[in-house]
Design a protein around this ligand. Structure first.
Ligand code: SAM
Ligand code: SF4
Ligand code: SF4
Length: 363
C-alpha cells in the first residue's frame, strides 16, 4: 500500500498544555487551518493524482473500520479549534463519496470557535456529484466550495480525469452550488504542460465575467505515483503572461496574509483570477495548515513522509486535554518548509524517503 505506514503514535505530554487559542510552530507560524480528508477513494483517476496504473482495481483502500467516524472527526475538530483553528476544509479522495457527508458538516458547524468568530467551513470537490449534494450541504451549514476542473474542452477533460467524465456535469455542479449560495465559488485548474496547458486561455475566457474565481495551480511533485517532472510544470508567470496577452491583467493585493493564490484582475472589469505557485514561489513562511488523514494521522506538511497517529489516542481512552496537549507539542515542534527547500535541491527530501499520496491526505 502506498499510504503511510510509518506513523508513530503521538505522545501525550507529561504536563498538560491548556488550549489558549493561539499556538505557534518552531518557525513562529500560527495554527490556523485544518484540512480533513474524509475518504481515500475517488471516482476520478486524474493523471497527476491517482493514475490508473497505480490506483487500479486491486488498490488496497482503507477498510471502513480504519476511517475516523464523524464523531471522532468532530472531536478532533473541537480540539483543534480550542488551539486556534478557524478554518476547516473537507477534502479527500473525493469527499462527496463519503456517505451522509452533510451530517458531518452539520456537526462541525455546531462547534463554537475560540475567538467567537464563526468557523470558516469549506469543501474541495471534483464536482461530479455536487449538483445532487449542493443544497443539503448548504442547509447543513457549509460556507463555500472549491471545485476542481482541469479543462473546458470535453476531450481534454476526459483525458485528465481518465474516467470519461464530462465537463457539462461539473458545470452543472458549479451552477447548483452557486444557486444554493455556496459562494464565492473557486474553480481550481492544475496545469500540466503538454496535457492541458492549451486550456489556460479557454478556461479563463469561459469564467471571465462570471461569479466564479478561477485559479491555476502549478503541477506539484506530491506523492510517489505521478512521475512528476519539472518540465511539466507551467510557471504561474507564464499563465499570467498567456492570459494577459489576450485579456489584459493587473495585480491585486492579497485578501489576507498567507493567501496562497496571487490575485490578478481583468483590466476591463471582468473579474479576477488567481495563480498558485506551489512550485516556483514557495509560500511555506505563512503556512498555517495541519492535515488529518482519513484514518486519523496528522501531517504537518503536504509533502510529509511521515504522519502522526492520532487515532490511537482517540481510541485509547485519553481525554481532550491530553490529546490537545499531544497536538500542541506536534505543532510547536513543526519546522516543515518543503517547497522552499525543494527550490534549493530539487527534491527537498532525504534519499529513499517517500512522500504520502495527495489522494490520501487531500490537497
Ligand atoms: N477530489 C477532490 C478534488 O479533486 O477537488 C479533492 C481532493 S484533491 C487531492 C484536492 C486538489 O488537489 C484538487 O484541486 C487537485 O486538482 C489537486 N491536486 C492533486 N494532485 C495534484 C498535483 N500533483 N499538483 C497540484 N495539485 C494537485
Ligand atoms: Fe480524485 Fe481529486 Fe485526485 Fe482527481 S485530484 S483523482 S478528483 S482526489
Ligand atoms: Fe506548507 Fe509544506 Fe506546502 Fe510549505 S511545502 S506550504 S510547509 S504544506
Amino acid at each position: 500500500m502506498l499510504n503511510d505506514l510509518r506513523s508513530p503514535a503521538l505522545a501525550v505530554p507529561a504536563t498538560p498544555v491548556a488550549p489558549s487559542g493561539h499556538l505557534v510552530d518552531a518557525l513562529a507560524r500560527p495554527l490556523h487551518d485544518l484540512r480533513i480528508s474524509v475518504t481515500d477513494r475517488c471516482n476520478f483517476r486524474c493523471v497527476y493524482c491517482m493514475p490508473k496504473e497505480v490506483f487500479g482495481k486491486d488498490y488496497p483502500y482503507l477498510p471502513h473500520g480504519d476511517l475516523l467516524s464523524f464523531e471522532e472527526i468532530t472531536r478532533v475538530a473541537r480540539i483543534f479549534i480550542a488551539h486556534g483553528v478557524e478554518k476547516i476544509r473537507l477534502t479527500g479522495g473525493e469527499p462527496l463519496l463519503r456517505k451522509n457527508l452533510e451530517h458531518l458538516v452539520a456537526m462541525l458547524r455546531a462547534l463554537p470557535t475560540a475567538s467567537g468568530r464563526p468557523l470558516d467551513l469549506t469543501l474541495t470537490t471534483n464536482g461530479s456529484i455536487l449538483a445532487r449534494k449542493a443544497r443539503a450541504l448548504k442547509d447543513a451549514g457549509l460556507d463555500r466550495v472549491t471545485v476542481s476542473l482541469d479543462a473546458i474542452d470535453d476531450a481534454v477533460f476526459k483525458r485528465m480525469n481518465d474516467v470519461d467524465f464530462a465537463v457539462a456535469d461539473v458545470l452543472a455542479g458549479i451552477e447548483a452550488a452557486h444557486a444554493a449560495g455556496l459562494g464565492p465559488i473557486k474553480v481550481n485548474m492544475v496545469v500540466k504542460r503538454g496535457s492541458n496547458d492549451d486550456q489556460i486561455v479557454p478556461m479563463a475566457r469561459h469564467f471571465k465575467g462570471s461569479p466564479v474565481i478561477l485559479r491555476f495551480i502549478e503541477y506539484m511533485d506530491v506523492g510517489a505515483s505521478n512521475g512528476w517532472n519539472m518540465d511539466e510544470v507551467v510557471p504561474s508567470s507564464e499563465v499570467v503572461r498567456r492570459i494577459g496577452a489576450e485579456m489584459p491583467l493587473a495585480p491585486l493585493d492579497p485578501n489576507y496574509t498567507g493567501e496562497t493564490a496571487a490575485r490578478w484582475r481583468y483590466l476591463d472589469g471582468g473579474g479576477e483570477i488567481g495563480v498558485i505557485s506551489s512550485v516556483t514561489g514557495a509560500f511555506c513562511k505563512d503556512c498555517s495548515r495541519m492535515r488529518l488523514s482519513t484514518e486519523g494521522k496528522l501531517y504537518t506538511c503536504l509533502f510529509a513522509t511521515q504522519g502522526h497517529d492520532l487515532r490511537a489516542l482517540l481510541r485509547g481512552g485519553h481525554d481532550d486535554l491530553a490529546i490537545g496537549g499531544a497536538v500542541a507539542r506536534l505543532w510547536q515542534g513543526r519546522a516543515d518548509r518543503y517547497s522552499e527547500t525543494r527550490t534549493i535541491n530539487t527534491t527537498g527530501l532525504a534519499r529513499g524517503a517517500r512522500k504520502v499520496e495527495m489522494s490520501y491526505i487531500g490537497g
